[in-house]
Design a protein around this ligand. Sequence first.
Ligand code: HEM
Ligand SMILES: [Ca+2]
Length: 680
Amino acid sequence: TYYYDSVFANDVIASVRVALIAIAQGNTNNTITNADADNLLQLFNSGQYTDNNAVLVSKTLEILQTNFNYTATQLNTIAYHETFYAIFRSRALCVARNFFNCTGQATSVYRTLDGSCNNLDHPEWGMAFRPQRRLLNPEYNDLVSSPRIQNTNGTGNLLPNPRTISNVVHANNGSTTTLDDKITLHVLQWGQFLDHDIISTPVYTGSNGATLECCDTNQANVNTEKCIPIYVPNGDKFFINGTCMNVKRSSPALDVSCNNLTGPRQQENRITSYIDGSNVYGSSAAELIKLRNSTFPEYMAVSDGNNLPADNDNSKCTLTVTGENCSLAGDSRVNVVPSLGSYHTLFVQEHNRIVDILKTKGWTNSEELFQEARKINIAQIQRITYNEFLVWLMTRDVMNSSGLLSNVNPFTGYDPTINADIANDFGIAFRMGHSWITNEMKLHTESTETSDNIDKDSKNIEDTYLNPHMLYMRGRTGAHRMLKWLTETKCPKTDRFVEDGARNKLFLSNGVSFDLAALNINRGRDHGVPSYWKYRTELCGESLANSSSWASLTWHDTQTITQLKNVYQSPMDIDLWTGLVTEKNAPSIVGPTLSCILLAQFKALKNGDRYWFERPEPEGFSIAKVNALRQTSLSAVLCANVYPDDFVIPKNAFLEANSNQNQAVNCSQIQKLNLTPWKK
Ligand code: HEM
Ligand SMILES: [Ca+2]
């Protein structure tokens, strides 16, 4: 299984939802509720219905009638509702915008689940199912929707095959990967976890849940609107000659400018763009219901051993041991690798721990307990992201001078003119983390024990893709052991090399697999993302002559330039992801152009979030609470949930312990989140 395959979506289904939500939020009598709109969407997502417009319209009404008992009058109102009607003229989002009613949300202490009404002037900014924005305009081959396939200087030559680029530039040919000299694998794991809070781009699936086959031997039969297969070049060292990777295109979103899709194709983000723990809590009310403890709804649901709840649908992952289940979390990609699952587990446990403490501070109302714990959990994720994670990517200096690290009270950075929507090109750039993936997934073995023979503590990563088994190992203590392993292991450097586990054996199953480096390059082209060179000059302001001189690659070392030259005709052609991960790491763990792209997005995610945790109440917290939240750290969260008090851990778990700033100390000495200011 290719893991986005079973995820849903095509533009029509997504649009129906936008319309239904808009109607629900319009607060007109006799129209449908948010929850019903979500439930309806889930029925569509289960793949039972075709993506044919006319069928969907009648199906929607039919389901509302039979499953949700809507009256004829209600159905009539919906069918003739301006928004619902407009959607089938492909203008839903623009029309829907007029129906948002954020009156209640304007004074609400808690953010919505789908991100709507965060920005009161533009209620749809940052919400789930929005089109992604762009830092630079797309360069589709036909200017509107077909993938970028030609070189930049207009000679009409085709760009190299993505797998060829991967083989020439990104293969490490069996050498061991170079590790960073100080950061730990928490940088990798935080990166992916964060990514899954802010972006998820749906791809096409077949109608009625069928597999969409993009590798027809007769290439003329391939649906170019929905497919972008990668053909394996001759002489490949791993893939068998003539094979093809079955890759689907991202499904198109409605045009942001309401141009009836006449503008260039855009892609969608099906989760909330804001850093709001949507990977923990979901991006809709319907998702959250399944994630909460149904008896004590202030808590998140857990399964045996304080682990993630089971997904009833066992087709979401590969199960190799009876009695095990796929995990369920706020983001559907939770099962991709067990180390990601361990992070999801950590933040579900942290939620429940906060609830317990709030109960000792006089909080009693179940819904309030839930919401406040959610708000505190999100605050910690925001704090750790900016204060401990992003500083490695953008440097403390750059972040400081951009106001991203200021601890001044009150925080005044909120700017309602900033759109926090995730940028399409950022979504390609932030895949730099694929260069950090190790060939190994491992559980920490306590010093008093030896790894047993039945369940080895170390596995090849390809044996762990989409398989939660490691979390079940050792009496279901896998998540905690995995988190300990992340603390004690160094992270590979951001460089051009992608390990074979991800470059050759991604999602290996029955002899079929993918190349993640090639997928990144291919996806950039699918989205029409311009070349790396454009980002240097047009976005990041370097004044380079419009030349094809290889000497213009000032951020690349000579060896890398040689490899790039072996595959690209001109430095102006280099695909964005390839150009970024091959940059010299200076002055941070990534290069300057990548750092520049990250800055653009992460400024927006902080200054464009009305619920940013450092903001004053009602959206944020009192100064006493903000100050308490600023004391938290990844080590604090780990020590509170995973490690005993006498366990030795670096003060900053993203960084190996050293004798200077980052001494290893007992967990009891780590500054913990202090919830005293929450006393009622
Ligand atoms: C740990 C192992 C990981 C695996 C197996 C993995 C796998 C994948 C796959 C299969 C895709 C979709 C590729 C495509 O079809 O275009 C993807 C997308 C992505 N990955 Fe990873 N990834 C991993 C880690 C990371 C890390 C560490 C980061 C960042 C620090 C990251 C950031 C992203 C981003 C931003 C996307 C695009 C998401 C979207 O637009 O939906 N990934 N990853
Ligand atoms: Ca989010």
